[in-house]
Design a protein around this ligand. Structure first.
Ligand SMILES: [Zn+2]
Ligand SMILES: [Zn+2]
Length: 271
């Protein structure tokens, strides 16, 4: 059976940052438990098969000591049992696992947990972040331009768009050129209202869902456009007449522009 995953999204109770994680589903009847590195603190979450959080604990993180009373049973790094307080709980990060130490009087207990993998991709919703920084019109305009022309010229300030495009099948092959003399605001004129509405929808989703929904919608547009282009004149006309019936004018215009059947109205602005 393939390893099923679930997406979990919570706010860190200490620093308030949103945490989005893709985790393996626990076995039926079991609870999953995983640690998350938040620099000076470590969050441990318990979650069930439905991705519901059952419990959140936060531990102070200490740097790995030179020496310690015991060694980690996985990687043999020293673990210090700090008895400076009556009741003490803290954690160390060891590469791919986290060691939580619980000290009570003269006793202690060690728990070893898997460290949640932080992928290369940012774990926050990149679409939301880009919109917050640059405004929805500009981001929508850049995506629209990339869909229609397969290339884009940006100022270095918009470097982050590259991260977004690389994660989307639909826009992965867009040629991105950087030129600091470019005025990115011109892309606002390119903004397509349909793309804007998709962005408004996905910006509140978790980053995994946001990327998937945005990609699905862009692939749908590209597929319809390539259907028009692939067919001979007569069949193309049939497909175009069907697309002309799409009630959303912005979507209709966009598909036809991507297929290069109709120039987008905004192209008059000559980007
Ligand atoms: Zn935090
Ligand atoms: Zn270890």
């Amino acid at each position: 059976m393939k390893n099923e995953t679930i997406t979990i999204c919570i706010k860190c109770p200490v620093c308030g940052k949103t945490i989005s994680l893709v985790l393996n589903k626990p076995k039926k009847g079991n609870i999953g438990r995983v640690a998350i590195n938040h620099e000076d603190h470590i969050i441990v979450i318990d979650y069930d098969i439905f991705g519901h959080i059952r419990c959140v604990n936060v531990f102070k993180r200490f740097p790995i000591p030179q020496t310690g009373e015991i060694l980690c049973r996985i990687c043999k790094k020293p673990i210090e049992i700090r008895k400076d307080e009556l009741l003490h709980e803290y954690a160390y990060i060891h590469d791919d696992h986290v060691v939580v130490v619980y000290v009570f009087n003269e006793h202690y207990q060690i728990e070893i947990l898997p460290l949640a993998k932080v992928t290369q991709e940012p774990l926050y919703n990149i679409v939301d972040e880009l919109i917050k920084q640059h405004g929805i019109k500009k981001i929508s305009g850049i995506i629209t331009h990339a869909l229609i022309h397969s290339y884009i010229v940006l100022s270095i300030e918009l470097k982050y768009i590259q991260h977004l495009f690389l994660q989307l099948k639909s826009l992965r092959n867009t040629i991105i050129l950087f030129d600091d003399n470019v005025d990115d605001t011109k892309y606002e004129n390119f903004s397509n209202p349909f793309i804007e509405s998709v962005l408004v929808f996905v910006k509140n989703l978790s980053y995994v869902d946001a990327l998937k929904k945005l990609d699905d919608m862009l692939l749908f547009i590209l597929n319809l456009a390539s259907m028009i282009n692939k067919h001979n004149d007569i069949n193309s006309k049939v497909i175009i007449s069907l697309i002309e019936k799409i009630p959303n004018k912005a979507l209709r215009d966009l598909i036809l522009s991507v297929a290069n059947v109709r120039k987008n109205d905004t192209e008059k602005n000559n980007v």
